[in-house]
Design a protein around this ligand. Structure first.
Ligand SMILES: CSCCC(=O)C(=O)COP(=O)(O)O
Length: 242
């Protein structure tokens, strides 16, 4: 871990925590096996049975023309993007709209890692501002946090967060200028912001913007190289941070 005591000092003094979702506060498996599968399944039904319905055409309005020649072409394209986890903005917009149905009708509930709800509550209680930067659309983020499993019940965690960013607002998660914009939008110096992510390329971009970046190594994530472990602080749980 790089100069962990210095990094911890920066963490303690940071005023804003910017959070990634997939692989950081919720499992990659939930996003891929549940959310992505739900969107694909529902899209398949709609494409096959409601292709000419104006509401369906509205849903896919953002897709490039050549991908929506017919239902088969569209579905093959979405399956390919989904399999490769390509974070295309038009796919993320579509998924968000489809997940709305699932969250509204009770099909979908969000599981977060066990340490997340208590720790986010504690950080907010201690005066830190919480914000989210995800490839998922802001609409999808709001739904994702509106029905969160907490023991035998569900909770709406939206009030925890002061701001939500997606690539349509902030730019690509792989670009330094996106993190600079987020800091500006939050009215914070980069040195006052900590970004938690599982993605090394995102960590590099955020670090270059001057943001303290901590890698979160969750079960089910891709293994981190020794080089990444040497370059960034790494935690397994949010409770690893004081
Ligand atoms: C609530 S958005 C669902 C997750 C998602 O679609 C996604 O692409 C996650 O990306 P992240 O940048 O949060 O890893």
């Amino acid at each position: 871990m790089p100069s962990m005591s210095i990094e911890l000092n920066r963490w303690v003094q940071c005023r804003t925590v910017l959070l990634d979702i997939e692989g950081t506060i919720s499992s990659i498996s939930f996003v891929k096996d549940v959310l992505y599968a739900y969107a694909l399944d529902r899209l398949t039904t709609l494409a096959r049975h409601s292709w000419d319905d104006p509401a369906f055409q509205d849903l896919i309005a953002g897709f490039p023309e050549e991908t929506k020649a017919d239902a088969q072409t569209l579905l093959a394209h979405v399956e390919d993007l989904t399999r490769r986890d390509v974070k295309a903005v038009y796919l993320k917009q579509l998924q968000g709209k489809i997940w709305k149905t699932g969250y509204d009708n009770g099909d979908l509930k969000t599981p977060l890692f066990d340490d997340v709800i208590p720790t986010l509550g504690a950080w907010k209680g201690a005066g830190k501002t919480l914000a989210v930067f995800s490839s998922g659309s802001v609409q999808a983020q709001l739904q994702f946090f509106s029905v969160v499993e907490d023991g035998s019940t569900t909770r709406d965690l939206k009030p925890l967060f002061a701001a939500h960013f997606d690539p349509t607002i902030a730019g690509s998660k792989l670009e330094t200028k996106s993190y600079e914009k987020i800091c500006r939008d939050l009215g914070q110096e980069a040195a006052e912001v900590t970004f938690l992510t599982d993605n090394v390329k995102e960590a590099e971009a955020a670090t270059d913007a001057g943001v303290l970046t901590i890698l979160v190594d969750r079960p089910g994530n891709a293994p981190l190289s020794q080089e990444s472990r040497a370059r960034f602080p790494v935690i397994q749980k949010l409770t690893d941070l004081p």
